[in-house]
Ligand binder design. Structure first.
Ligand SMILES: [Fe+2]
Length: 367
């Protein structure tokens, strides 16, 4: 980055038909986005948020039409109760390339399980070539013990999307661990429902409709590893209710005009039958599998397993899914010379062919 104040390029996250542009600054102050002279802010209860993280909701139709935005940051060394003084330190324009409604060929890059790595995953991205949509699918960090860890997601988004293409964020189970895990919702896109920020939601980009799901932890809430700090059983039941609401509203969701591809993104491949102590929520995952089948999902895209494999629809020893699942992430594979490379995912959608690939592995799965 050419600016020491703006730590990374902004990440333009997609939630629903809209965006949440999030950027980090090395000093404290106020941040906002300008589009065609209009200012979009993170104002809540009349206050512009003061700090190092700036999470700005931006209407989809405005940014999709303008295809450019300006990031503005005004540094306030102090926010004293009277006469605080700000100095503009960042004003940077970005072009933006949303997926257009008539877009026929789409390339999606999938990062998951990077576990705090950025060098090898970004090397892979550069070798793969530019993509239209970036997916950060969980366990991007080792854990959330420190706020500093959240920068990994911004480093990956910045090095790939460069603020110019949309990014999808899906939380992983390691992201829920540690002191700062409760603050993660300020650093990631969220949907706001019934007084809560939620990490599961649908999204729409041109002909692509998607669903971001969050399994939470991979073991029981009562597992000693969590020390009584989590309540994912309640969370997952709320998610089931949300999935049912999506089906009830399908005309505005996956059955809306112009939807050609339907992809679900979830860190944990919940169509697997896991054994104790990982067999958590199997009744809920049975239900999710049925509900996603009812939606006619084309592909479930996952990480978590540190492996690369494909589960065709209706595979005998898995849950009875009407859709296939691609698991595409290996944190580090050793070469003979001792160096490491990262395995991520590439999804290519064209009218003639839809494929998933765990790159750089040669096998290509058609779905
Ligand atoms: Fe995981």
């Amino acid at each position: 980055m050419d600016n020491e104040i703006l730590l990374y390029h902004p990440a333009v996250f997609v939630v629903g038909a809209d965006y949440q542009i999030i950027f980090l600054t090395s000093t404290r102050g106020l941040g906002w986005i300008e589009i065609d002279g209009e200012r979009y802010t993170d104002e809540e209860a009349g206050l512009l948020y003061y700090g190092n993280v700036h999470k700005i909701p931006v209407p989809g139709e405005i940014l999709n039409r303008a295809k450019r935005y300006t990031v503005v940051f005004v540094e306030y060394a102090d926010k004293k109760p009277y006469y605080p003084e700000g100095v503009e330190k960042v004003r940077k324009e970005y072009v933006f390339r949303p997926l257009e409604a008539d877009r026929e060929n789409i390339r999606i890059f999938h990062f998951a399980d990077t576990h705090a790595r950025t060098r090898t995953p970004l090397e892979l991205y550069r070798e793969t070539g530019a993509c239209d949509l970036i997916v950060l699918n969980g366990d991007i960090n080792e854990h959330s013990y420190e706020i500093k860890n959240f920068e990994t997601a911004f480093a990956l988004a910045s090095g790939s999307a460069q603020g110019e293409v949309p990014v999808i964020y899906s939380r992983g189970n390691h992201d829920t661990r540690g002191y700062a895990a409760q603050d993660l919702v300020s650093y990631i896109p969220t949907a706001f429902r019934n007084g809560r920020r939620e990490t599961f939601y649908s999204f729409r980009q041109g002909p692509l409709w998607g669903l971001v799901l969050d399994c939470g932890e991979d073991k029981y809430d009562t597992n000693v590893e969590y020390g009584g700090t989590i309540l994912f059983d309640t969370f997952r039941r709320r998610e089931t209710a949300y999935l049912k609401s999506v089906i009830a509203d399908k005309g505005k969701e996956y059955a809306a005009e112009g939807v050609k591809y339907k992809i679900a993104i979830c860190h944990v491949p919940f169509v697997e039958h896991f054994s104790y102590p990982f067999d958590v929520a199997s009744d809920i995952y049975e239900e999710w599998t049925a509900l996603l089948g009812e939606m006619g999902i084309d592909l479930l895209l996952c990480g978590h397993m540190h492996r690369a494999y494909f589960i065709p629809a209706r595979t005998a020893d898995k849950r009875n899914a009407a859709f296939p699942t691609a698991v595409c992430s290996i944190p580090a594979v050793k070469r003979e010379d001792g160096s490491e490379f990262y395995v991520g995912g590439l999804i290519e959608l064209t009218p003639a062919r839809r494929t998933a690939q765990a790159i750089p592995l040669p096998e290509v799965w058609e779905f």
